[in-house]
Design a protein around this ligand. Structure first.
Ligand SMILES: [Zn+2]
Length: 185
């Protein structure tokens, strides 16, 4: 199928598969009392509301605080042919001074999508632009359609942690991801 190989001119999709990273027994990173799994779920639900208000179909890989295997997340995405897959994460590192947002892709189509969404994010978020990067992450490898993974900020940095835990920040993230998706479409 052309849309899988990145040769197709119109990058149409009818469904957005939203993948809030981690969950349940897997909290993801945990810094200053904030768990990554809670931030990704809240961000995903915000995206879902915005997309649905714009009449775009959504599928969530999880809607509650449950563990979902990485393979299962990709399987959910692969059930929808004309879908884009957006995996949501927050970053952490032992070096507390690192901040910024980065977006990962693997396929050629994913690269185009990552560039558009990332540029929308950097337009509104006053933080370091860590760029768009190619990485063979399992969820990107296993999804057949276009897929990207967004790291929405470093919760290991005190300043960025304060922002990531604030609803206004996650609302901007959600709005700009959706704006990028709509522009891409
Ligand atoms: Zn993560």
């Amino acid at each position: 199928m052309l849309w899988l190989t990145g040769l197709c001119q119109g990058w149409s999709f009818d469904t957005v598969v939203i993948d809030p990273g981690h969950g349940g027994t897997d909290p993801g990173s945990e810094w200053f009392g904030v768990k990554e799994k809670d931030l990704t779920l809240d961000l995903g639900l915000r995206m879902e509301r915005i997309l649905q208000a714009r009449g775009i179909k959504t599928v969530m890989t999880r809607r509650t605080d449950v563990f979902v295997d990485l393979g299962e997340r990709a399987e959910i995405a692969n059930r929808h042919r004309e879908a884009v897959f957006i995996s949501l994460h927050f970053n952490a590192t032992v070096s507390g001074d690192i901040t910024g947002v980065e977006t990962y892709y693997l396929s050629e189509g994913g690269m185009r999508l990552a560039e558009v969404v990332h540029s929308h994010l950097m337009r509104k978020l006053n933080t370091r632009d860590r760029g768009v990067k190619r990485n063979s992450l399992k969820v990107l490898r296993d999804t057949k359609g276009m897929s990207i993974l967004i790291e929405g900020g470093f919760i290991s940095n005190r300043w960025e942690n304060q922002r990531c835990r604030a609803p206004w920040y996650r609302q901007i993230l959600a709005e700009e991801i959706v704006a990028g998706l709509i522009r891409f479409r």
